[in-house]
Design a protein around this ligand. Structure first.
Ligand SMILES: [Zn+2]
Length: 211
């Protein structure tokens, strides 16, 4: 398993490095709410992307690494935690039955972000993607209630899955440390010049406001 985790981290970093040259600074208004996946992420800390890097660049990495941890936890759960696995299978079947599933098949750069942009003050949206998703979720019947004993057993399995996820998270961070130099070099090559250009443009438009 050790070796395969190693390989998966290598592949995720390679995929991020291939994607990075296509990254462009967002020209639209920034989000007000911080990203829960990226803020304070030990993964980004280990990768050397914790500060002075635009969120889009961070998110592309944290999502790719999260996918690795999720896959490992999924394998562990399938093998060792039958109650939790049954619960997840049930949830998957219900999700598949929904008429509208906007979160499926998103590129890593978009996965985990809010589905809708922030509304402008005084200009509410007529409808939102998140609202349509909620409507679709409300179509399915509620899950049958669990007995107290079943709940306890399930909680115990959830705790084991969490512990395993922590363990994998720590291993992944240790593996990422080896890639820091290349990650940093790629930021210097592809990200920093674009930020510098944006700042230069801003400075020149401030210098000559009536052009
Ligand atoms: Zn993020």
């Amino acid at each position: 398993m050790e070796r395969s985790l190693d390989t998966r981290v290598d592949q995720a970093v390679e995929a991020w490095l291939r994607w990075l040259p296509r990254w462009e600074p967002a020209t639209h208004r920034g989000r007000r709410s911080p990203c829960r996946r990226c803020l304070g992420s030990p993964v980004l800390e280990a990768a050397g992307l914790a500060s002075d890097v635009p969120h889009g660049v961070q998110h592309g990495m944290s999502t790719r690494i999260k996918a690795i941890v999720d896959a490992q936890v999924g394998e562990y759960t399938a093998k060792n935690l039958p109650l939790l696995q049954a619960e997840l299978d049930e949830q998957t079947a219900r999700n598949r039955a929904r008429s509208y599933r906007p979160r499926e098949d998103l590129a890593p750069e978009f996965d985990g972000l809010p589905l809708d942009p922030d509304p402008l003050p005084g200009q509410p949206f007529l409808f939102t993607i998140a609202g349509l998703e909620q409507q679709a979720a409300a179509e399915s019947a509620p899950l049958p209630p669990l007995s107290e004993e079943a709940k306890r057993a399930l909680r115990q399995e959830v705790r084991l899955a969490d512990e395993f996820a922590d363990e994998i998270g720590r291993e992944v961070c240790a593996l990422l440390l080896r890639h820091r130099m290349r990650i940093r070099a790629a930021v210097t090559e592809f990200v920093e010049p674009q930020i510098d250009a944006l700042l230069a443009e801003l400075t020149s438009s401030l210098d000559t406001p009536f052009d």
